[in-house]
Design a protein around this ligand. Structure first.
Ligand code: ADP
Length: 173
């Protein structure tokens, strides 16, 4: 699957058409990758986000990228991990599906995702990686618009989890 690439680094530096933000329901900024994206994008991003009226968990909304190299930011809200019994898997899958759908609607060809929900929201990274990779692979199978999806992992442990998940899917499992 050469349309998916796992990299380690800072998503705010990605020169893709869009980067995805692991936001919270308010869309008004927060810590982790959300804070980094708002800092790098500048105040215009928060101003536009204020007009969006928040976002439900599993949903996605789009803004411009302001001072980022990326033209757009797709804000999605991952689930908080509560032990896996409150629909977390399906909600996380929805984040990837809805973000990719929105990307296609806006003519986006290259997109970068962070590891949604595996920071402050405590979703187990191996499980999140399997869901993320499965959803991206399935989406790309049925879509000819998106040319490249990067998964940008901040640390080695996270990168290894996504690499393993991708290898397993490529082996057919
Ligand atoms: P969530 O609340 O969805 O768990 P976090 O931002 O707390 O979101 O964490 C999600 C992932 O993003 C974590 O793996 C974290 O290490 C990573 N992360 C933090 N900053 C960046 C960044 N600048 N670029 C890419 N990933 C980042």
């Amino acid at each position: 699957m050469d349309r998916i690439e796992i990299v380690q680094g800072d998503i705010t530096k990605m020169e893709t058409d869009a980067i995805v933000n692991a936001a919270n329901n308010t869309l008004l900024g927060g810590g982790g990758v959300d804070g980094a994206i708002h800092r790098a994008a500048g105040p215009g991003l928060l101003e536009e986000c204020r007009k969006l009226g928040g976002c439900e968990t599993g949903g996605a909304k789009i803004t411009k990228g302001y001072n980022l190299p990326a033209k757009y930011v797709i804000h999605t809200v991952g689930p908080v991990w509560h032990g896996g019994v409150t629909g977390e898997d399906e909600l996380l899958a929805s984040c990837y599906k809805n973000s990719l759908k929105l990307a296609v609607e806006h003519g986006i060809k290259t997109i970068a995702f962070p590891s949604i929900s595996t920071g402050a929201y405590r979703f187990p990274v191996d499980r999140a990686a399997r869901i993320a990779v499965r959803e991206i692979v399935n989406f790309l199978k049925n879509d000819g618009n998106i040319e490249k999806v990067y998964i940008v992992c901040f640390d080695k442990r996270t990168r290894e989890a996504y690499e393993k998940a991708l290898e397993e899917i490529e082996k057919g499992g």
